[in-house]
Design a protein around this ligand. Sequence first.
Ligand SMILES: Nc1nc2c(ncn2[C@@H]2O[C@H](COP(=O)(O)OP(=O)(O)OP(=O)(O)O)[C@@H](O)[C@H]2O)c(=O)[nH]1
Ligand SMILES: [Mg+2]
Length: 860
Amino acid sequence: MERLVIGMLAHVDAGKTTLSEALLFRAGAVRRLGRVDHGDAFLDTHHIERERGITIFSKQAVLETGGKRITLMDTPGHVDFSAEAERVLKVLDLCVLVVSSTDGVQTHTLTLWQLLKRHHVPVIIFVNKTDLPGLSRGAMMEDLKRELDGACVDFTEPEPERDEDAASCSEELMERFLENGGLSDGDIAEAVAGRQVFPVFFGSALRVTGVDELKDALVRFTKSPEYPKEFGARVIKISWSEGVRLTFMKVTGGSLSAKQLLNNRSAITPEDKVWEEKADQLRLYSGARFTSVSEAFPGDVVAVTGLTKTYAGQGLGADAGDAGAELKPVLSYTLSFSGGDPFDIYRRIAPLNEEDPQLGLFWDEQHREIKARLMGEVQCEVLQRLIRERYGLEAEFDVGSVMYKETIAAPSFGIGHFEPLRHYAHVELRLEPLPRGSGMQYESELSLNDLSRSWQRLIFTHMAEKRHRGVLTGSPLTDVKIVLMDGRAHLKHTEGGDFRQATYRAIRHALMYAQNVLLEPYYSFRIELPEENVGRAMMDIKRMEGEFSPPARVMDKAVLEGLAPVSEMRDYAKTLTAYTRGRGRLSVTPAEYRPCHNALEVIRSIGYDPESDLRNSPDSVFCAAGAALTVKWHDVAAYLKRQKSVPNEKMPSKKPVFKDEEAELMSIFERTYGKIEGTRLDPLRKKAPEPEEAAREAGDEYILIDGYNVIFAWESLSRLAKQSIDSAREALKRMMINFAATKKTTLILVFDAYKVTGGQEKVEHEGGIYTVYTRESEIADVFIERAVQKLTSARRNVRVVTSDGLEQLIVMGRGALRVPAKAFEKEVQLSNERLSEIMKKLETEGKTVLHLWQRMISED
Ligand SMILES: Nc1nc2c(ncn2[C@@H]2O[C@H](COP(=O)(O)OP(=O)(O)OP(=O)(O)O)[C@@H](O)[C@H]2O)c(=O)[nH]1
Ligand SMILES: [Mg+2]
């Protein structure tokens, strides 16, 4: 029999559970219709669910219809439990997306849609609650096509029209349609599976109308995927029933029989973490009841007993690897218990992590506290009850705090050296900023001749094994690529742990020099409220530093949608209820991380000092006169340089860490800009820089700016340019001088003079920046390309500001980072704002200001 896993997804209260019940009833799988409102739904089995009338845990029911065995999975719609919904989503062969005709497409619907797209899940849409006044069929179809996908097709239309509409969604269908004058069920099933068509049905789950049509569609327009022969499975969730631990998994290949041995060997697991356990019993659940089966096949969801080490999201057999989550909690709560040693309690309740890895229950060693990452208050409440019921413990939650992250705005270079007696490891690396939302990436520029594959792999493991902390607040680092540039081992003295030390230290070292940026989570929100309150809401959002699109009207209400910082919006529901007298509704979903709107305030209130965070030290350890010597991070580069002149027998012979860069740089500049006269490049001529300076240089960065390109891309300057190109050029120069004043950056502004007859190249050094006027007939691109080539070959971090397509390609090819002119404008603005913010603070602050000031400069 063909087996399919079909899931119900939607925002909260759309009617998923009610629709599931109706389908089961119509398919004859249950004899009477339960109701969520009466607390007797077949699927909302948990007492907390029955009390609250919402689904909290995903649940399944099996129905057989039209020769197919369908495992129907009901999911929670409340955002607090979206991690649970996301885990189910990943094992689906088809999703029934429920949209309520009274609400239309909601923010959470959009979030789900993005996830479904990313995981290539076919979708059939059911517009529910058509028995209530709401959007008309036409308006609903428009909403779906606009918000979700143009290929949403009304499947309640008569067949000829339906086929015509569907055919216009894909070329293949159009061919079929023209060939055969219509579409077969198979044609449509094929297109649905390929996400080329999204059939839409209408009805009322509560009144059981339109349900049979949906049920038929689940048979006629679906096909089960091809599965591999080798056994594979994916764990959906862990739950407990009468003291028995159940691992719910979807079989995704081969077959699984009772008493079969399962292990986690297929995933890359350290030898001491490998386990093998017997799948004792296989249970096929339907609601709270189950039947035992002796064998399960692809497309079945079985609950397996006897496994103690599985966790939600885990892949088994051929389906190895973990399914990471995208909907991540953005709040962190501290749990306290009256009586008992907190660490003992933590160890008792830690298995909850297996049920929801997103929960991230963790032990905060520093404060000796138990913490959990949660989506919001409803989840807090549920967790509190779970802990009470399962462990007999009373947990108190604090008000929770926002989880910040940190990233960098420009590349930075770092060294980590670890050489106590009879140990040795040396790592040099570069951090590069990645686009927002990319997470961490790792790369090596080292050839295997420089450092053996095994050491390189070890360094990679150390880069990836840890959540590195930023230096502003100690929050996790994200959106950064770590590039291994150099590494050295000692033939005799290097042990595994040494590279861990050197790698961690190098990353922290680089961060100390980086332009660090504090990020905060934003909610995407939707506010429905009476028209007369819109003005107030808009003002509030502005005050919260949020943004919104123009208000829309849905039926008799106004709708505001946009983004706002979680820290500001998390308590807004109460305010909204108060001023709309209960008629306003707020729904939020964690959306993305952005630069923090009140960074200075947050950094100060967290009060993190990177230099006293001893577990994450940016310093290096050298061996001096037979003893370990800790060298502060800002002296490391200079120390290495000095050490180089005293040959150390212990050091393997290897290329020097620093070539004589100063001389080389000088010659690069001379080659690039022509013979230098007078004192224009004095800063570069300075002999033997102070150790501080040398260290600073290690994290140095060059920014090359295509001047005219920027002038025409920035509105204020292009307006000015229309009146006088000379004053626009001057204005840009002024802005760049200000910008450079707060940076450890060498800024080179390039204007092409290619139309100036007889023009010679000219380099000016003024206000700390270089302004270059290229010679006659040389365009800025050519000059920049040349400079990039030279600077990157001297291993300099280079960024190029331009918006020119061709230049982009060339520049990227040379290992420089390209910054679009528009993005650079943002960066300059931010820097200006930060500067004036600091200035303001400086006026009112006392002693600590100097430290703060230094930190803020390095932040941006
Ligand atoms: N009038 C009307 N009410 C409906 C319909 N379908 C569901 N409801 C009601 O809407 C409310 C929510 O229904 P549920 O089935 O619990 O919704 P859900 O999507 O499962 O909700 P969560 O699981 O909490 O996300 C209940 O009060 C239902 O009785 C319908 O077609 N018409
Ligand atoms: Mg439900």
